[in-house]
Structure formats: structure tokens, C-alpha cells
Design a protein around this ligand. Structure first.
Ligand SMILES: [Mn+2]
Length: 377
């Protein structure tokens, strides 16, 4: 499975500060048990609702499956998993299909039906996250830097461990500490989440991620894992692949591609990953319009640069973005934009990206692989 992040990460990892890999409380599982006990009578009123950020990625899906398993097996509580947005990436769709993961649409849910809610792989206060109203938010499980000014809602069980590679690894720890044995489905879901967020344990890895990965891999359904890693692809995928290859250009260490309108917004992140692998490419930048937004993905060789400041300079105040280490994503609203305005936006972004490549780096570039070498106009 690819290590890319389809949606923009919500916050920027702060630099020069040791990552807080420990939760705010000493024994998280015991803390959760106490919180649930304190809400005991209320929890009999209905199932618990498990939510995540918009357009869930494998770590969100894995973490939600892990939390549902934990609440059901360790506490005998009924749960329902819901999600906002859509899943586009073929690997993520295969994960839902192969593991029969539950994710009912958030829109239209009768929130009064639930006794409490949990957020997984996100926090209240992030733009891409709906905080349910009318149902108490009991807990948060996440590994992102909290939003500026902290979470917007007080939560009895806030387990945020910045620096841990995957939320799925955090949920694995609860299951372990509850003394539960993982079933193949939950183990495979958690394993997918850890693989995705840590690029197979190559980035953002802590001891907990390592243990969680090996233990969930041991119990996972390897046939399903293989089918998730290399899913079948719709014909559309090849059309977009052809188009982005024909539009790609290399400029010194930068490979970029502006794809106009795309049929699948995930192809933007996929092509950024794909171009980043080109020999000599130190950073890649891809954009494509989908519905009323222009989607952007930026990938770097982390020894060259961090993705976030590059994206910040390219957007120059337009739209919104986020990033972590070598990965950044952004969106520019396109409401009502026609093709001329779209081309103008792409020209603007291209111009700002090209200005970030120092001229001396362009001299060393190698225009092989049929990718045309362009110079700033
Ligand atoms: Mn995550």
C-alpha cells in the first residue's frame, strides 16, 4: 500500500520539540474504563457512535474498526461506525470491501439515537471533522498535533499522542491491555492503518508502531491484505494515468503535473507519489480539479525539504492546506470557475512552484524518460 496521504493532514508538526508519544494519562485502558464506568447509566440508552475525519483513510478506518472491537469485546457496548465524505482510492475501497468494514453515512444520522460518541484519527477543531452535537463526546484517539488553541470541545478521554505513527497502533495498545485476542478482520484493518501512515514502518515510527505492526500482521488475513495492497483498478484509472503522464514536466529536482479536471480526486495524490519516485526527483507537485475544488498534492524527499513550507509558498494565501514531513495536501475552492479560470489557476500555481527551484539546480537536471524539461518563462 502506498504511503501517501490522500487528504491534507490537519496540522503541522511542530519543529524543535520532542514528540509527545505518551498519552495524557498513565494507563490509557484503565482511564477509558473509568470514563465509561462514570457514564454507565447513560450508556444503556443507545449504541456508541464512532466517527473520524472526512474522506477516511486506512488509518482512520483501521482505528475505527479497532475501537469498535474494543468497546464491544472489553466492555460489552454496542457501537456504530459512521463517516463523512467519500472513499476514492482503490486500495481504501478494497480495504472496506475485503474486511466488510462498517461506515454508514454521517449525513442524516439521528444523533439522538446514540448514548455517546468517539473521534478517531482526528480532533474537534480540525476543519475536516464534524463534531456531533446533542450527543456527548466521550473520547478522542489521535496522533496529530492538536488544533491551534487546543480541542474545541472538552473530552473526558482525550488520548492524543503526537509522534506515534498511526492511530491504529494506539488502538492496538488498548486491545492488548484489555487482554483481548485480535480477530483476523480487526488485525488486518489495524495493520492496514499502520502500514499506510508509517509507509511500512519507514516514517514516523515509535516502538508502539513496531509492536502493533508485527502483532497485527501476525494475526491478519494475508490473502485479504494482498488483495488490499494490489486491488483491481477501474478503466478510468488508466485514462487518468495516461493524461497525467502526458502533462508531466520535469524542472530540475521538481516534477509537476497539472491535470485539469479529474474523474477521481485520489489520482492527484497517486500521481504525486508516482512522480516522486522518478530518479533525480526531490519533490513532486500535482493538481487536479474535482467538483468545486482544485486538489493539490506535494511530496518531497525529506532530506531535501519539508512539504509544508513548499505548499505554503506555492499557495501564497490561496485555499487551505496541511502537511507532515514529506507529505502535504491542499485545496483551492473553484466555485463556478470555468475552464479559462481553471487554466489561470494552474498557471499561477506552476509559476510559484517553478520560482522555488534555484537556477543552479536546473542545470543538473536530466530530461530522460520522455519528460520534457521546462524552464520558467
Ligand atoms: Mn492517522
Amino acid at each position: 500500500m502506498s504511503a501517501s496521504q490522500p487528504m491534507a493532514e490537519p496540522g503541522r508538526e511542530q519543529r524543535g520539540q520532542a514528540p509527545r508519544t505518551q498519552p495524557a494519562f498513565e494507563r490509557p485502558f484503565e482511564h477509558l474504563r473509568r470514563v465509561l464506568a462514570a457514564h454507565g447509566p447513560q450508556l444503556a440508552r443507545g449504541p456508541l457512535l464512532i466517527l473520524t475525519h472526512k474522506n477516511p483513510d486506512p488509518d482512520a478506518l483501521g482505528g475505527m474498526a479497532g475501537l469498535a472491537f474494543l468497546l464491544e469485546k472489553a466492555f460489552g457496548l454496542e457501537t456504530e461506525v459512521a463517516a463523512d465524505g467519500r472513499i476514492f482510492r482503490a486500495e481504501n475501497l478494497a480495504m472496506v470491501r475485503e474486511l466488510d468494514l462498517e461506515a454508514r453515512p454521517y449525513e442524516g444520522l439521528d444523533l439522538s439515537h446514540y448514548s455517546g460518541a468517539f473521534l478517531v484519527d482526528t480532533q474537534p477543531g480540525f476543519g475536516h471533522t464534524q463534531v456531533p452535537t446533542g450527543v456527548p463526546l466521550l473520547g478522542v484517539f489521535d496522533h496529530h498535533e492538536p488544533p491551534q488553541g487546543g480541542m474545541t470541545v472538552e473530552v473526558p478521554h482525550p488520548d492524543v499522542r503526537v509522534g506515534v505513527g498511526a492511530t491504529s497502533a494506539i488502538l492496538y495498545e488498548y486491545i492488548r491491555d484489555a487482554g483481548l485476542e485480535l480477530d483476523a478482520r480487526t488485525a488486518t484493518a489495524l495493520c492496514c492503518g499502520i502500514r499506510f501512515d508509517t509507509a511500512d514502518l519507514s516514517i514516523h515510527v515509535t516502538e508502539l508502531d513496531r509492536e502493533a505492526f508485527f502483532e497485527t500482521f501476525r494475526s491478519s488475513d494475508r490473502k485479504k491484505l494482498a488483495r488490499i495492497t494490489t486491488p483491481s483498478l477501474p478503466p478510468n484509472y488508466y485514462r487518468e494515468l495516461h493524461r497525467s503522464l502526458s502533462r508531466a514536466r520535469r524542472h530540475g529536482p521538481l516534477v509537476f503535473g497539472f491535470m485539469g479536471r479529474v474523474a477521481n480526486p485520489e489520482s492527484v495524490a497517486e500521481m504525486a507519489d508516482f512522480f516522486r519516485r522518478m530518479e533525480g526527483c526531490r519533490w513532486s507537485f500535482v493538481g487536479g480539479a474535482y467538483e468545486d475544488k482544485y486538489h493539490l498534492s506535494l511530496r518531497t524527499d525529506i532530506t531535501y525539504a519539508e512539504a509544508y513550507p513548499l505548499m505554503e509558498q506555492i499557495l501564497d494565501g490561496e485555499g487551505s492546506f496541511g502537511g507532515r514531513g514529506p507529505v502535504a495536501g491542499g485545496q483551492v475552492p473553484l466555485e463556478g470557475a470555468d475552464d479559462t479560470q481553471l487554466r489561470r489557476l494552474e498557471r499561477r500555481l506552476r509559476g510559484r512552484a517553478l520560482r522555488l527551484v534555484p537556477p543552479e539546480e536546473v542545470k543538473d537536471s536530466d530530461p530522460r524518460f520522455g519528460i520534457r524539461l521546462t524552464r520558467p518563462s
